[in-house]
Design a protein around this ligand. Structure first.
Ligand SMILES: Nc1ncnc2c1ncn2[C@@H]1O[C@H](COP(=O)(O)OP(=O)(O)OP(=O)(O)O)[C@@H](O)[C@H]1O
Ligand SMILES: [Mg+2]
Length: 294
């Protein structure tokens, strides 16, 4: 990526995005309450949480799709209210949704430039600059280390992981400062997840601030600098990489203190098994860790 000529800044730059005590209600359903998060250039902030924890709501606020009801939202140190997703893009915030807005039958290069096609010629002679788009797509993908056999193939023929990678390369090319990824590895196998995480790291190395939403503490810990844990719309933890281990992160994701309590209770049940007194609160049918009811 290009190196800026203003590399001699003094003092730490403000975070690219900082949410402080943000809340969001849908009618009287509280989707988020008192959530804080920040992401700086060249960093990956992971947002972890189970189904319904509020992860998508959080990124919809950052992406300009929803407004927060309370708290502050700063972009590069300035309090900002985003009117719509276009406004977020204008601030350099690019969001890649899990269902990726692509046109499957169109070639990779066409999807790469979708909505921002370069043209050549003027007036009635104006037409799409196909050669430029092909060439740029190929070089931009290569720059990220993605070697596609053929940028003319329909994007629908790429694997899910490859499509995520193209979307990431696209955000980098169009000058995003902040890249928001909603569960980019959720539908992928181990190997493809690894490939996608490699490009997430490449986007960070290109100087972007990345917000990575995931269910998977292992994926988060592979690349993350900061970790925000959400639980039923509230903050269940906020850690930097050097303040938490993978084991602890996994434990907190899996229920943390609730699991501890359950295991103590189970021990008590086992100990009192020989006594005739039954436990005051029999443990419910425990769900295996890492799985939740929908
Ligand atoms: N448009 C909406 N109207 C009403 N309630 C909503 C709306 N969107 C989300 N919710 C509720 O807000 C809460 C948080 O939802 P959200 O989609 O942010 O969770 P999530 O962490 O992304 O979950 P998942 O892992 O299942 O995608 C849930 O209880 C959900 O039912
Ligand atoms: Mg979601």
């Amino acid at each position: 990526m290009t190196v800026t000529d203003t590399g001699t800044t003094t003092g730490p730059a403000p975070a690219l995005v900082r949410l402080t005590d943000v809340s969001k209600f849908y009618g009287n359903i509280r989707a988020l309450q008192g959530v804080s998060l920040e992401v700086s250039a060249g960093e990956i902030t992971c947002v972890l949480g189970d189904n319904g924890a509020g992860k998508s709501t959080l990124i919809k606020i950052i992406a300009g799709l929803h407004r927060h009801d309370a708290g502050s939202f700063e972009i590069e140190g300035e309090e900002t209210v985003l009117a719509n997703p276009r406004a977020a893009l204008d601030h350099g915030i690019a969001t890649v949704y899990q269902d990726l807005a692509v046109v499957p039958l169109m070639p990779v290069w066409r999807n790469f430039f979708l909505g921002s096609e370069p043209t050549r010629g003027r007036g009635p002679l104006r037409r799409l600059d196909v050669e430029l788009m092909r060439r740029t797509t190929r070089t931009e993908l290569l720059r990220m280390g993605i070697d596609l056999r053929d940028v003319d193939q329909p994007i629908g023929t790429l694997s899910g992981g490859e499509r995520q990678c193209v979307a990431i390369a696209r955000a980098v090319h169009f000058g995003a400062k902040v890249l928001v990824l909603d569960e980019p590895t959720a539908a992928l196998g181990v190997k493809q997840s690894g490939v996608v995480l490699k490009y997430v790291a490449a986007a960070r190395d290109a100087g972007l601030g990345v917000v990575l939403i995931t269910h998977n503490p292992h994926h988060a810990y592979l690349v993350g600098d900061r970790f925000v844990l959400l639980k039923r719309g509230t903050m269940a933890g906020s850690h930097t990489r050097d303040s938490i281990t993978l084991d602890e992160l996994t434990r907190q994701m899996a229920g943390g203190s609730e699991l501890d309590e359950l295991s103590h209770e189970l021990e008590r049940v086992a100990e009192s098994g020989s006594d005739s007194t039954p436990p005051s609160t029999p443990p419910g049918p425990g769900t295996p860790s890492g799985t939740t009811a929908p």
